[in-house]
Every structure is written in structure tokens, then in C-alpha cells.
Design a protein around this ligand. Sequence first.
Ligand code: URA
Length: 435
Amino acid sequence: MNAEDIIRAKRDGRELTRDEINYFIQGLVNGRVADYQAAAWAMAVYFQGMTPRETSDLAIAMAYSGEVMDLSAIEGIKVDKHSTGGVGDKTTPVVVSLCAAAGVPVAKLSGRGLGFTGGTIDKFESIPGFRTELSRQEFIDQVNRIKAAVISQTGNLVPADKILYAIRDVTATVDSIPLIASSVMSKKIASGADGIVLDIKVGQGAFMKDLDSATELAESMVAIGRQAGRRVAAILSDMNRPLGWAIGNALEIQEAVDTLRGRGPDDLTELCLVLASYMVYLGGAAPSIEEARAVAEEILAGGKGYHKLCEMVAHQGGKAEDLERIAEIKPARLQVEIRADRAGYIRGLRTDEIGRIVMRLGAGRERTGEAIDHAVGVKLRCKTGDLVEVNDTLAVIYANDPQRLEEAKKAWSEVYTWGEDPPQPTPIILGTIAD
Ligand code: URA
């Protein structure tokens, strides 16, 4: 067996065997397969696709290409949640808290933001003192004690995905469904949870632009989970508009806290309740989705989710009382309202562009390792479907650098599509695919 034959086989549309996939993935990690061979192979997969069996074998080969988290020392059915990346997505602090308050353990590894979507770890780090690096033992002990911990991904999990993703990123091969499905699921499998809830974003601000391709991705991921012995549910959610009103790290944590206190935006609250219901159900704390929903709603209404977040923050080095005023502790120096210079209905938002504007304000990074500014961001005041009068406030920009603020103001005019009539309303939940 050699890499060239495997590339040729895929180029010519042949289904690869499990041994060939294992050989190629192991070769990527041990250096026997060169980067340029991986690039050619990724392009062959991009054009030829993969069968469900090949995709599952690829995910499992990548998952076991390095260290795999052993969560067996944590009592109960462990659940995890993953979002394919969106703008204003602050569901993790909310759903982890709701789920843990229902008694279902969540031992969560999260990532930092890159490009126009934010990262959960960056958001949590806007809480002063919050430690995102715990030792393995601290992590397990905390989940056993309070059912929840969120830490940053360790260096040696799924090395094959790190290598392959970096190659895909520069060879126009990211947007291949089998490669995305296996990349995401390899990390989830290696993270050790028994149940996995996927939030697959669909629309202009997401990888998956339309419902058909998002459904195909979801089905592929659920099938990989089944093959790997994990229970998986995939929720398809709308990303043609940012989730909630706030985009930017501290602003998003504030909105997550507001949501746990029952004052969150409707779209964010609904998505969190749906995700939490599936986590509670997969975690065995309710016998049906309907009953799991009732559990999640009761926890939210009774404030138990908020108390769980306070407990988690206190365990990880922050102060629970800071959560009430996260965005005011170190506020952005410059806060500017953007006003409408025309009247009409907002028919659409360029969600990816909003993500880029917030990133360029300093909330995100273009390259791994860049420092970020937790205070900056945008709070929307109007969204798709709203009727706007001249001079209404459309959004507030939070900045620390006058030049970046000017650039954001200029770019903001490109964000809206206007019309004389309202667009068709779309729900936040577009579908569910469960095992
Ligand atoms: N997110 C991932 O982790 N991998 C992909 O391939 C795409 C999005």
C-alpha cells in the first residue's frame, strides 16, 4: 500500500477500504504521507465524495490518530454539544448550565475563534479570572462535583485533523461534506462523550448555505456517531441572521447570562431550550424529548441554570457576582449608535459580514495566536423583518480603537438589504435529525 495508489483510487472514484483510510491518516501523522499528497487526496475527495462507510472510517481513523479523552471516571452518561460555527452563537454557557442543572454531566472541550465566527473559549475568558486550562484531574473532579466544566482543547487531541484542516484551509477543500463531517465528528469522538448534540447552522453566515446540504451533513454526522457507538442528535438552525442581539465576547456572555435569567432574546432562548432538551434526553434524565423540554423549561424558569453557571464560574476561578455586569467591568471606550438614513423593511442581513466587522474591531483573530479584545463588538437593535423609520437606531458599535471604529461604521452600510415589503419570517429551528 502507498499514498500515491490511494490518491489515484480516490481520483478515479473508487471506494477506499478501511485499511487504506487508516494507512493514509496514520501516514499523515507520522510523516509517511506528505502535505502535498494530502492536498491532492483532499481535492480528489472534494470531487468524488465518499460513501457513508468511508466517511465513518475516516472520522474514526482521525479520532484515534492521537490522544483520546477517557471520561470513564465521570459518573453518568456524559453529553457534549457542538456548533458548526455561527455569528453571535453564545449557546454553550446556557445549554451547559441547563443540562448540568438537570443532573446530566457535561465535560466540554471548546475552541477559540478563527475567522468570522467567534470561539467559546474566547467568550468565557471575558469573565475575569476564568481559567480555561484545567489539569485532566481537575476537569474530571469538577464534572463529578458540579456536573459541568468547559476547558480549551488540549494540544494532542486529533492531530490528523489539525494537519488535514490546515491543508484544506489553503487548498480550497474545506467545503466538502465528508471532510467536514469527519473533521467535526473525529473531535467529538476523541472528546469522549457518550451523547453528542450538534447544532448545524444553515444560511448566509454559516458553512452550509442551504437546507439540503445542511441535512446531508447532519445525516452523515449522525451515521458516524452510530458507527462509533455514540448517540447523536443534529439540530439545523437558522444562520441567515446573527443569533440574539449581541456579537463580541463580553457582550455575548452578558446576553447568555440574561438568557439564563429569563430575559434573553427569543431566538437564542428557543435554540438553547431545544439543544438542552436533546442533551437532557440523550443523558437519560428524561424518557422523551417532550419531557426533556419540560425539564429544561422548568430549570430555566426557576433560575437553576443561572445558579449552575455561577457555580461553574466560581469553580474555574471567576467571581459569580461579576456575571451580573460582565460588559460593564471593562467596557469599550467608544460606543456609537448607527442610525438609519432610510425607511423600509430590513429584508436581509449579511451575517458573515457582521462577523467580519466584529472580528476587525478586535473581537476575533485572522491568524491563530493573535490577541483579542473582549470588550468590543456590536449590539443589534433591528433585525431581518423589522420596519425601520429614518433615524432609528440600527445597531450600537462598541470599540476601543477610533480607526477601527471608523472602518466598522463604513462597512456597516453594506450589511442590510432593504425593501418595501416584509420578508417571509423564518423559524430559528429548521429541522432535527436524530438517531
Ligand atoms: N469545523 C471543523 O471542525 N471542521 C471542518 O472541516 C469544518 C468546520
